[in-house]
Design a protein. Sequence first.
Length: 107
Amino acid sequence: MTTDEDGVFKALADPTRRFLLDLLFARDGRTLTELESGLEMTRFGVMKHLRVLADAGLVVTRRSGREKLHFLNPVPIRLVHDRWIDKYTERQVSALADLKRDLETEA
């Protein structure tokens, strides 16, 4: 059974795709030409990576005249974070908050 999370994990597993997401995080709304200029690969290689990111919902595109602009969609990453990271760190964060409160009470 494949889930939306599987697509996100697959997309994030590749360093080139993470690099593309970092570029879009730094400045959203980039063209393919702008994105490929930071990589040593063919235009079609970059397009293939962008397709995987789009299929996972991490990148959305919008046409602006003749150009196609790419935008970061952080929602799928946040959903993975909430499902797979938050629940495993809650106890530690809660314990640290309790310790801080106890130490401040003693002081």
